[in-house]
Design a protein around this ligand. Structure first.
Ligand SMILES: [Zn+2]
Ligand SMILES: [Zn+2]
Length: 367
């Protein structure tokens, strides 16, 4: 089996950047390549997603290897541009190159190659999960290139420990009246002040990283002589673990409801877009991938687990299926100036090494 050149794959994928759920050319290319390699291919998974399937002849686990396909939108010199600024082109190239090497090496269980749409929209993994095609997966494996700020060039981390995050919306209801008779109403602005103080007084275990803060306020109307009856707030909430996020949202609900009640108003707290789960990575698999990293780049270039305030919708897979074990490693490739920068560039020499780690891990599990 001839191997695919990861550098050439990246060149091509980088030249056809597409936004989330519009990865038509990217998905068509990846699906065709998987088919040529002998994988059984399913197209249009959760929109534009692609699954390639390869089964061994002996019993074994089902392992899903996931790469995200989408690029990001920018406005440059007044023109709309789409650019691979998060390295998802590199992920597809590394995973497809691994799929090529693995095509004649799977003896046990089943290998699923998933090219996932729409990661940046944070709705891609949920769309794939909704198809039910991931329900029988035992292990999910993913990777992300790391910016220069995270780990040095040439190194890898076996675990990117993303935190949980959500935007919470608070709606406050008071009672409107004439500005000259404030005692007849309930001023929603008073409730806003009480709510902000209550939010800032939340306390959670300081050993784990967390933060919650008000990032948007809307209150009052056009007339300054009307006591406003409504206000709305937005909160940015982050926590290192899903448990801390649940505790934070419970405490926020209590604090906000009671703070509003202290001035006679009512308040509700909702998370309409849901909560992006924190990484829930399997320690044993993380240790196994650390061994593979050592074999590929040497012990000196193995970084510890990386705590990261960002997020990735990969973590929905383990949240949806509690039996699924997840592993998500990071490739240090000096991505500069940083991810999500339109001029992001990185050390391409790390791509074949990322592929090698994937292959080693999969051969150990299914070979
Ligand atoms: Zn991104
Ligand atoms: Zn990304």
């Amino acid at each position: 089996m001839e191997k695919l050149d990861v550098m050439k794959l990246w060149d091509y994928l980088h030249s056809i950047p597409e936004l989330g759920f519009k990865e038509f050319k990217t998905a068509a290319f990846l699906a065709n390549e998987l088919e040529k390699l002998g994988y059984k291919v399913t197209r249009n998974v959760g929109g534009t997603g692609v699954i390639g399937e390869l089964s061994g002849t002996e019993e074994g686990p089902t392992i899903m290897l996931r790469a995200d396909m989408d690029a990001l939108p920018f406005v440059i010199d007044g023109k709309d541009e789409v650019i691979h600024a998060c390295g998802h082109d590199a992920h597809c190239a590394m995973v497809l190159a691994a799929a090529a090497i693995l095509a004649d090496k799977i003896k046990r269980g089943k290998l699923l190659i998933l090219f996932q749409p729409g990661e940046e929209t944070l709705k891609g993994a949920l769309a794939v999960i909704a198809t039910g095609l991931m329900d029988k997966v035992d292990i999910a494996m993913g990777l992300h290139i790391r910016p220069i700020q995270d780990i040095p060039n040439g190194t890898m981390t076996p675990a990117i420990c993303h935190g949980a995050s959500t935007f919470a919306q608070v709606k406050i209801l008071g009672k409107g009246c004439h500005g000259s008779r404030p005692h007849l109403g309930v001023n929603a602005c008073d409730a806003v002040a009480a709510v902000i103080n209550a939010v800032n007084a939340i306390k959670l275990n300081p050993v784990l990283a967390w933060s919650c803060k008000v990032t948007n306020i809307k209150a009052g109307g056009a007339a300054p002589n009307i006591i406003p009856d409504k206000a709305a707030l937005v909160l940015d909430c982050r926590a290192q673990t899903n448990e801390v996020m649940t505790e934070m949202l419970d405490k926020l609900k209590m604090a906000i409801t009671n703070a509003a009640a202290s001035v006679g108003a009512t308040a509700t707290l909702d998370t309409p877009d849901g909560v992006i789960p924190a990484a829930n990575l399997d320690p044993e698999l993380t240790a196994e991938v650390a061994e593979c990293i050592k074999e590929v780049v040497g012990e000196n270039n193995l970084q510890p687990n990386l705590l990261n305030p960002g997020g990735d919708d990969f973590h929905y897979y383990a949240q949806h299926n509690p039996k699924l074990k997840a592993v998500f490693f990071g490739v240090g490739c000096a991505a500069e100036p940083g991810l999500h920068d339109s001029s992001m560039h990185f050390n391409h020499d790390m791509m074949p090494l990322g592929t090698e780690v994937l292959v080693k891990m999969l051969v150990k599990k299914l070979g």
